[in-house]
Design a binder for this molecule. Sequence first.
Ligand code: ADP
Length: 796
Amino acid sequence: MSAEPNPLDDLPGDTAGTPRGAAATGPRAEPASSESARLAFLYRAGEALGASLEWRTVLRRLAELVVPELADWCAVDVLGDDGRVERVAAAHREPGRVALVHELFRLRPVDLTMSDVIAQTLRTGVASRMEAVSERAWEREVALGARVGMVLPLVARGRVLGAMSLLRGDAAAGFTEQDLEVARELGRRASLSMENALLYEEARVSQALSARLQTVTAALSRAATAEDVARVLVHDGLEASGAARGTVMSLTDEGFIHFIGEFGYSREFRAALEGKRPLVVPVLARAAERREAQWFSRLEDLLPLTGIVRREVAVLGGGARAVLPLLTERGVRGFVWLAWEGQRDFTASERSFLEALAQQCSQALERAVLYGTLRERGERLHHALQMGKEAEERLFFLLEASRALAEHLDDVEWTLEHVARVAASSVASSCLVELVGPDGTLRCVASAHQEPSRDASVLQALGGEGALSLSRECFHSGEPRFVPDVDAALCERLSDSSEQRALLQALRPASLLVVPVRTRGRTLGVITLGTSPPQRPLAMSDVSMMEELARRVAVALENASLYRDAQAAVRLRDEFLSVASHELKTPLTSLKLQHGLIDRALGPDSREKVAPRLSTAMRQVQRLASLVDHLLDVSRVSLGRLALEPTEVDLGQAVRDAVDRMEEVFAVAGCTVRVEIPEPLQGRWDALRLDQVLVNLLTNAAKYGAGRPVQVSASAEGEARVRLSVRDEGIGISETDLPRLFGRFERAVSERHYGGLGLGLYISRQIVEAMGGSIEVESREGVGSVFTVLLPRSAG
Ligand code: ADP
């Protein structure tokens, strides 16, 4: 029966006991013949019984001690928590019959409800002795040959835990009082050892439970979702609790039951409860209301509280149940429902283990909710950041494209290449720009890939004429074509040859977008964008962005065309000016000549009469000639034909000559002129052009000088340059007009008061700049102006 060595064998002075094997058939020794022998036996028995902390071993030893000292055979039966009786030990003086003792129990098991002697003892805790062989209560024992017997209760923790049956086959060998006493003492000691063993086992179990609780707690701390929590709870906690079935239900924010983990339960049980309110199952309502676990040793206790799941629960059979609420500060978050196969008295440590599990589970569920919120918030933030980044990318692209389009009016095609390059390296991976040609068909003006070495392949891959051509469709309909998710079938339809298919495959477009470039109802071209992984695919925001870009491209194309027209018109006008002023100069030269001849031919009388008129006519012709010269110069500047012929010039002399020639002009204007040039200022300049600048500045000083003094000064500016200033104290120029004065046809005075074309300063600046110098003005309205020219000594 026992594989362990019998501690009795090692006991010294074993005089009272007969080795079991040897005594199997012999007459019983007289164990209690003397008081001292009895005490020695009891002492040894106490030692043997106390030597194990495993109660089954204790009881086996008890049986072995009894036989053959007190009885021919002995059986020890224990009463389980579920009310069932188990025979845990048997001994017989003939070892071969031990199996019989067990077999008899198997054939006629002890049932607490029966009236047999063992059942009685277990029920009442009172010892029984066989009074007569015919007693019904002793039927089983008599069947095995018992003629004398007694059954003693094994009592521990105030409860009858088992019964020890001592039986003899010899009717003459009845039990003496001493036998009875020894047997009782043995029973007491066995009970004591059993109690110790039970305590020890309980301690071991609760230690194991607390270790398991630690494992579960550690695992729960890593659980991030309610499902993770339930999984840990089921696998690491509930299944190990010995329960046959278990389920973890959570309550949604709206208070509905939601199964998050289970084992052993049928689908029907789940279906009956999922989505319902706990109220429909009274035991759940009670657990929630009382905020404490509900324990049911037997199914019958639970059934009245099962509500709508009565059938499902009943089908699963009898056995103990436990329903634990999952409590948090915010209230009940769910339930754990457990079922055991048999009846069960929940021990305190088992209850506290399951309650602790439920508490851990509640906390973990709370944490999971918190993680969920945090995760969701994090994801939203990430999404917002991503959206922000994408929007920023689009904006930068639009800005860069618009800047390029605005800056290079004269070369839109270059700009479009630039725009395609920027698109292919920011919002997309490839970009194709096609414009309608004179023959009305599309031609590629820009093709760019994020790897510039693959630029050409973009055109070949996307510009084909397959069964489907997105750009052609877009061009004809004037509507964008957007494919957010390009698949193999689409690539197939886009290809018109195996070569193009291969190129498309190499391009791996994930999304494609074609937008029309339209203006005033006409489609001027199309722009195609493609993305390849790992780049993000195009989205609806990209469609809006590209439509905006297309609008700007359309405006740029229109502007470029207007600009080209305007350029042509300007060129035409300059050509006309050039031809016209040349043509005008010939008759003017002839007119001047005629005036000279008339002047010389006049006699004294007639001179007196016509001289004033002739001189007016000559002045007007001079003025006309100067205007024509201006126009001619403007056309020369525009056509880039302002040629310089530098010679050695003394600036001081040049100024004095000009002032002398204009003496009459200053006199008419009522201005005095002072020239301050202390030293000769030699340089290499185009003398005629230099004179032209001087005359322009002096004419303006006289014209706008308001009859006040004019001062002309010049000096050396370092080694290499000279500075010339013309200062007047006239009407001055307003600050707002100053910046534009040197522009063509720009004027700051009314035509009514002052005649002029607004070309003098323009031409002067062109000449000065052509000489490598600069001209600027300082002026205050009503105070006067200073025009300053800086010239390098060697110009042109
Ligand atoms: P115009 O004198 O034929 O109008 P300019 O090109 O010589 O053309 O001068 C342009 C404008 O500059 C003038 O119309 C006048 O408003 C202003 N301006 C030029 N010189 C002076 C000056 N010395 N004082 C005030 N205004 C001046």
